[in-house]
Design a protein around this ligand. Structure first.
Ligand code: BG6
Length: 490
């Protein structure tokens, strides 16, 4: 394996190593990187947590997690045999400075790059950064990866970023938005900037509107206590949906560098028109699921979920109409919607093109002639271009039909698999590539816009609208787009 592929040797230190994210996603992703020979032979993986546990117990818990969360056909006991040799456990109370001496000792003079992954609640980011720094473990090459959420609003995100910045420069900080690690999201860069066909028409002259849908079938999965304080706006829109919007709307960077990309995304966030108390009722809809059925399985309403404290005005669904005030997108609405307990798990971006200026076919067929570019993130990652052709027949004259040109990324050669977003993100952090990570000013610009919207809802005393679990959200979300003479792509 070339040095470029498996990069530099790292001391990869995972804080929160016994938590749900580590077990469900991070260790399985590290295992996959190891299996694909993408980790440097000398890379060591340190699991750090407060729990009293021996090295053997820790290794056994990672083993159990891999058997549970790696697909059986991708799990190989022989690979585990070599992966386990990389694992070390360190018991550390994040608030106790002295405990960090064990970490400093472990990485001292190793000659490897230290990469710290903070898979912990943000409330302890500050303690971890400070204690790492005081322990003497931090070098100019040390990196720190922060899991979301970065704060609850603009003010708290500034506080977290200020604390982190006392110990780490912006070049050392890697803020995760796992949607940026998804294959198709990365592919948007190639699609837009390597194809003149799309690049030349990616603006208000040709595009009528854009739809971004992130639908999940799951509810809040036992996280009521956390989720009820947050809601879908902070949990999904502030980060994942706005990052997708940026990837669609940004101008081409002059160079494919981390800051080249992030500068352009920031301009989009700054150009988002604020939604205010005056127009929020027409521009945004909040919903909350009631009892229903998803894929034939009945599920409780949000307020009856495990851990519920009863009445709640927290949204589990958001639909909104965003406007970007710049030359490229003037007059092009971006419709965003995301919700829990939807009929299917599906994330897609739909670019709806304007129709030709003059229509010459059968008036009854006018609705057929819209071109759409459908970029599917999950499931079945791929791209479909809806084009209009003539129906093949002798007797139907110039009857039109809409056909799809499809690029499917999830199929291909035998054994092909789409890597999980976390695999790519951890690998790129180890390689020192920040372009897949969110810069501080982006996080703050995004909070600024979201805070204004959340405040607008509070100002008008907005109440969530009920929708049945297993439906596409409250009726108001259909009205939101139909008011403009358009409809959601189904
Ligand atoms: C997380 C949210 O960031 O993203 C979860 O906190 C959500 O609530 C998850 O379920 C969705 O991620 P994915 O990759 O399954 O679409």
């Amino acid at each position: 394996m070339s040095a470029m592929l498996n990069g530099h040797a790292c001391d990869f230190v995972l804080f929160g190593a016994r938590g749900d994210l580590a077990m469900r996603k991070l260790f399985p992703s590290l295992y996959q990187l190891h299996k694909a020979d993408l980790l440097h032979a000398d890379t060591v993986l340190y699991g750090v947590a407060r729990t009293e546990c021996s090295q053997d117990e820790f290794i056994e818990s990672v083993h159990d997690a891999l058997k549970r969360f790696v697909k059986p056909r991708e799990y190989d006991e022989a690979v585990w045999g070599t992966f386990r040799d990389r694992l070390r456990y360190l018991k550390v109370d994040m608030s106790v400075a002295e405990d960090f001496a064990a970490i400093a000792e472990a990485v001292k003079d190793s000659g490897r790059t230290m990469v710290n992954y903070l898979a912990t609640p943000p409330a302890i980011f500050g303690d971890i950064c400070k204690n790492l720094y005081l322990s003497g473990a931090v070098q100019p090459s040390t990196r720190i990866i922060l899991e979301k959420p970065i704060g609850h609003d603009l003010e708290s995100s500034i506080e977290i970023n200020d604390t982190v910045s006392q110990y780490f420069t912006e070049e050392q900080v890697y803020r995760i938005d796992h949607y940026l690690g998804k294959e198709t999201v990365q592919n948007l860069i190639a699609l837009r900037f390597a194809n003149n066909l799309f690049g030349s028409q990616w603006n208000q002259n040709y595009i009528d509107h854009v739809q971004i849908t992130v639908a999940e079938t799951v509810g809040i999965e036992g996280r009521w206590g956390y989720y009820d304080q947050v809601g879908q706006m902070r949990d999904m829109v502030q980060n994942h949906l706005l990052q997708l919007l940026c990837m669609v709307a940004m101008d081409p960077p002059s160079q494919l560098t981390a800051d080249g990309i992030r500068d352009e995304k920031l301009k989009v966030l700054r150009a988002l028109r604020p939604i205010t108390a005056d127009n929020v009722a027409r521009r945004a809809v909040r919903g909350q699921y009631t009892a229903g059925a998803v894929n034939g399985v009945s599920c409780p309403g949000y307020q009856e979920e495990e851990g519920s404290k009863g009445h709640s005005n927290t949204e589990t669904f958001v639909a909104l109409r965003a406007s970007i005030d710049n030359w490229r997108w003037a007059g092009v609405p971006f419709y965003l919607r995301t919700g829990k307990r939807m009929p299917t798990k599906m994330s897609e971006i739909v670019i709806v093109y304007k129709n030709q200026p003059h229509y010459i076919f059968d008036p009854k067929q006018k609705s057929v002639v819209t071109n759409k570019l459908i970029i599917r993130l999950q499931p079945d990652e791929g791209i479909r271009l809806q084009v209009v052709t003539k129906e093949q027949s002798l007797d139907k004259g110039m009857a039109l039909q809409s056909r799809g040109l499809t690029l499917n990324f999830s199929e291909g050669e035998e054994g092909h698999r789409t890597p999980d977003a976390y695999e790519r993100l951890m690998l790129e952090a180890m390689r020192g590539n920040q372009s897949l990570f969110v810069r501080r000013d982006e996080v703050e610009a995004s909070w600024r816009w979201c805070d204004a919207l959340i405040d607008a809802w509070a100002d008008i005393g907005d109440e969530v609208r009920p929708y049945s679990a297993g439906s596409w959200g409250p009726i108001g979300s259909i009205a939101l787009i139909e008011r403009d003479g358009k409809s959601w792509h189904e």
